[in-house]
Design a protein around this ligand. Structure first.
Ligand code: PAF
Length: 317
């Protein structure tokens, strides 16, 4: 099946590489021409969990070429649109320009799976793409880009859950097709009709680990090692879980344990937020802790810790 992967970051390249390796016809849409040229010419260099690296051929075009009308092969790829588009860009890149590019890429038969951290993007995408079947996804797979263009390392296995954003806007055949394709490419994928809950559970983990690792400049494993950091983690966890529960999250009895388990399982990893700060990139703070603060305001409860870490992280980049 034709699959468009939008975004050439670590998660995009990981999904593109594994799907192309399993025989799917994958096109990677990147933000720069330079990256698209490298991917088209040399393919994705995918380092698997067992350390073995392979070069995997994919098609690749830049997103700007979709709007420039100069696309040539890019235009042809977009015209015969894929059944599935997988959106892997960071939240801060979902702007008017990208929405316009996605309108070009999607067609009547397209479905869009969104794999972003944080909240806020789904409403924006639903408004911009009224004719597209929209799916929310949550992935716990770990990936790290080793160079600027094509080399990605799969750093951790984890489930990928996805489900329709609106119950009345889904296609059972299309979603089952994607599920089978993902499974045969090696993903631990599953369909869920509790996506809001899954998104909130992941948001809770990200809202505790990401800002504090960025502020303290520690790996995920080092974060809970100092008593004062652990205390702050716990307070941020309590505040965030109360806000998310007030907005409908089923509170998991073992929520705190889960945060600690993620720190242990990804102990040597640098969180995506710290990695953005170190590289001088924009972080997803506005859609993680900023998103939690926004929910709290809407519900009418205070969110002093989420407000504070949002302000602090914004000053790091
Ligand atoms: O954003 C991240 O880095 C990851 O989602 C997580 C779970 C915090 C682990 O590093």
């Amino acid at each position: 099946m034709k699959i468009h992967i939008v975004g050439g970051g670590a998660i995009g390249l990981l999904h593109a590489g594994l799907l192309a390796q399993a025989g799917q016809e994958v096109t990677v849409w990147t933000r720069t021409d330079e990256q698209a040229k490298r991917l088209q010419a040399e393919g994705i260099r995918l380092e698997m969990l067992d350390g073995v690296a392979r070069d995997i051929a994919v098609n690749s075009h830049s997103l700007p070429s979709l709007l420039a009308g100069q696309a040539g092969q890019a235009g042809a790829d977009a015209e015969h649109a894929a059944a599935w588009i997988i959106l892997t860009v960071k939240q801060c890149h979902i702007d008017e320009r990208l929405l316009h590019q996605l309108q070009r890429l999607s067609s009547g038969k397209s479905a869009l799976l969104c794999l972003q951290n944080g909240i806020g993007h789904m409403d924006k995408l639903a408004a911009a793409l009224p004719g597209t079947l929209l799916y929310a996804g949550v992935t716990s797979a770990g990936a790290r880009r080793i160079d600027d263009a094509r080399h990605v390392r799969h750093t951790g296995d984890g489930p990928l859950w996805f489900g329709a954003y609106a119950e009345d806007k889904k296609d059972d055949n299309l979603q089952n097709l994607l599920l089978n394709i993902l499974k045969s490419a090696g993903f631990r994928a599953g369909l869920s009709n509790e996506m809001k809950d899954r998104i909130y559970q992941k948001l809770l983990i990200n809202a505790v680990i990401n800002p504090l690792t960025a502020i303290y400049d520690t790996t995920n494993g080092e974060l809970p090692e100092h008593p004062s950091r652990l205390k702050l983690m716990r307070s941020l966890f309590e505040e965030t879980s109360a806000i998310l529960a007030a907005d409908g999250m089923k509170s998991a009895a073992d929520g705190w344990q889960l945060v600690m388990q993620v720190c242990a399982a990804t102990a040597t990893n640098v969180s995506s937020m710290l990695s953005d700060v170190r590289a001088g990139r924009h972080t997803e703070i506005d859609w993680i802790n900023g998103g939690v603060s926004g929910l709290a305001r809407r519900i009418g409860i205070a969110s002093p810790l989420n407000d504070a870490v949002t302000t602090l992280v914004k000053q790091l980049h």
